[in-house]
Design a protein around this ligand. Structure first.
Ligand code: AMP
Length: 267
């Protein structure tokens, strides 16, 4: 595995290859990230991973400060997975890179867009640079951040970038909780509390309760357990809009807080 810190250098390397997969991350890697990397390894000759904690997408400075950082371990994980190139740029390397005439897609004002003002703008700002520095043929994105995945896909289509978005399933722990770098900030007890929320909604959905009952019962469950939340919404995945009926085209999305740590999920 080669570790590269300079944008110019990695850009020259990737331009020599056609069969390339790119996995952008913010580090503190876990099995969820690993599943994306493994998928890219099976589908491409060369896998590029980036670790860049993008300050522009943190609407809350405290959140950025406490975001877990585990670079040594991240490098070890990438080596073990036989990543071909690991890109570890500085802020300057990313944001002094010049891009030409890129347009940003319209974003519906719901969920993360509504509750984390400026977040997706920051995501697009970094994706604009990273996809230009690393023009891979495929980019691997997780369904855990579904809204982000849709926005990046719209950005790629709008700018006619020759890169296919590969959607990757959410990797969960044995209790059904989606793995997240932020989980590293939680105690076992807190993680248990979080996984119970997920189990509760998935149980109601499996029992084929109607949407109204699922939403009302979940809100009651959250209130009874003193769990703060930003939203719980049923979203049509094609239109990416709220839908008042559960179908095979919809998913329930939630953002909630355990000990001030914000967790998102969808199922
Ligand atoms: P992050 O480091 O949080 O920016 O995540 C980098 C990529 O990994 C994004 O495409 C995420 O959607 C994806 N990802 C994060 N957690 C998981 C998970 N539990 N399962 C699958 N993909 C994930």
């Amino acid at each position: 595995m080669k570790i590269i810190k300079k944008s110019k250098e990695i850009n020259l390397i990737i331009k020599n290859f056609k069969n390339t997969g790119f996995v952008p991350t913010m580090g503190s890697l876990h099995k969820g990230h690993e599943s994306l990397i493994k998928k890219s390894k099976t589908q491409n000759k060369f896998t590029f991973v980036s670790i860049f904690l993008n300050p522009k997408q943190f609407n809350n400075k405290k959140d950025l400060k406490k975001y877990p950082k585990k670079i040594k371990n991240d490098i070890k994980i990438c080596k073990n997975l036989k990543v071909d190139y690991l890109f570890l740029p500085s802020f300057k390397e990313v944001f002094t890179w010049k891009t030409k005439n890129k347009k940003y897609p319209k974003i519906n004002n719901l969920m993360e867009q509504k509750f984390r003002r400026g977040h997706f703008r920051g995501v697009l700002q970094v994706i604009e640079k990273l996809l230009d520095i690393l023009p891979a043929r495929k980019i691997y994105l997780g369904e855990k951040d579904y809204q982000q995945l849709v926005i990046i896909k719209n950005y790629i289509n709008l700018n006619k970038i020759n890169c296919k978005v590969v959607k990757c399933k959410t990797f969960r722990d044995k209790n059904g909780l989606a793995l997240s770098s932020r989980n590293k900030l939680l105690s076992t007890q807190a993680l248990d509390k979080a996984s119970k929320v997920i189990k509760f909604i998935r149980y109601l959905k499996k029992k084929k309760h109607n949407l109204d009952i699922i939403i009302k019962s979940t809100k009651k469950y959250l209130k009874d357990n003193e769990i703060k939340y930003d939203y719980i919404e049923n979203i049509n995945l094609d239109k990416f809009k709220i839908q008042n009926k559960i179908t095979n085209k919809t998913r329930i999305f939630i953002a909630f807080y355990i000990k001030n740590i914000r967790l998102i999920d969808n199922f």
